[in-house]
Design a protein around this ligand. Sequence first.
Ligand code: OXD
Ligand code: MN
Ligand code: MN
Length: 569
Amino acid sequence: MPFKRPAPLEASSSNLSSPSDSHLEDIEGPSKRSKISLPTKVLPDIKLYVIQAKLSSPRIAELFTLAEKHCQKLCNDIDEADVVVTAISMRRRLERHMSWEVATTKAVVTPEWTLPCDCEETDYGSTQSPVAYPSSSASAASGSPRQRKASHGKIPPLDLSAEIRVEVPSHLLPPRDPVPTNLERLTYTSRYACQRASPLLCPNQELALELDIIRRSRALEGEERSALSYARAISTVKAYPHRIKSVSQVQRLPHLGAKISGLVEEFLDKGQISEARDIMTSERFKTLTDFSSVYGIGPHTARRLFDLGLRTFDDLEVYYGVDPAEVDTELMELEHEENHPGWKGRKAAQQQDDFDESWIKIALGLRADLSKKIPRDEVDEISKVVMHELEIIEPGCVSTIVGGYRRGKPESNDADIVFTHSDGPKVKGLCKRLVRQLHKQGMVSHVMHLSSFHGHNPLRTTHWDSLEKALTVFTLPKSSSLYTGTRRRLDLIFADPNVYWCAVVGWSGSIMFQRDLRQWANDKCGIKFDSSGITRRYDSKPFYPGTEKEVFDLLGLEWVDPTWRNTDV
Ligand code: OXD
Ligand code: MN
Ligand code: MN
């Protein structure tokens, strides 16, 4: 539809004629603008092209006026432009106006970029120029246009991986300067793991690992209380900042009772714990460990399978009738809503071993891939790719990679990402939409579970209505430089913005840290805390922390950086 160029804001720009509705092709050529006076000391030789789509008439007029005032050339051929001004934030839309190949040779900026032009003194190289494609997640492989321009210091680099620029309130972004952990105010003598500083690797790591063998054995045998005692002892060891030389050093620390102190003593004497060594050589432990590593097989099922005489993965494949060809063609399951009988929350389902057996079959087929650890750069890449797709369907979301990655683990079992949007209602249903989008793009092949917001139900023991989750199997696209075809487990968690930071804290782990956070909140504050929110117990009043640190402040706790939350081995 033809579009009349809006009336210029200033008489001086009246020499510009009417452009077409979305391109400058119909504007009279640059010769007509030769009298525009330009601050050449600011932007020498810059040719500007304005894509008019998505811009209002007054905005276009304003841009033209500014361009007249400041730019050497407004060009009518996008191919000739150095700078392309556009309000379009999605790659696909941008590609209606220029090929992506061409875009990668230019600086593509938002209209706001032109505003500093109004100040004659401004040096473009030093302004915080709004860019259509933020540079923070620039894809090196793609050869971005702004990267090229940036080399002569005038124009910010273009990023090809993030495509949307939507204002996100700063409180939903990570703090500019990370909050330092005041280690002196954390104490390894506290009963609560959330008051201790627990590094990824501690000075007594070998001892913690030896105790963890016994813990795992207890858990596999269904001895939950005993397993918890070991987990608590391990978390105490993890936070002890000195090398243990004598048991008297640690005997009085919380959770190290007589039994475990005896094991510590044995370890200090012999460099190992005989019970742990015996466990390691037992066929039962090895088999139960293998079986329970399959997604969907919990300790109870593992024991049942062992009692049936099964010992190897081959045995399992025969038992479950796994056909690798079938796994590849398995349709994803999107209707696994919260009322699915197998879904009682991931933890509960795993404890009760009531996963749908069809998932065990799928997981077995994918075992070779899913058992491989994911390096950090691949977790980053997964997150970038997922954000890219999310921005296509819902611009302006923010996310945090959580789980072991956030605690600094060099390799993770899966990728866990928490998302939100500053406009709360937009979050509802978004998890499912994203899963569909990722499926459409061939990235998500399987969905183990998909849960959506629940209506309010006062009898629920958790704040279920504020989170949506999808537990999926994901493969990076072939276009990614890290593509190997390996399938990965990917957990997507969508939180209402009011509880975003609760979700980030909750999903950052580690397990004992979270457990003690909840315990502390309950014991000391009369507050119920979990990843889906914070409420005061006596009147159910909800609290909405605006930052991650505020979660700690609300609970009266010292801030602990995620890298100090490694309370498990
Ligand atoms: C992991 C974790 O390894 O979250 O995936 O700890
Ligand atoms: Mn994880
Ligand atoms: Mn996970």
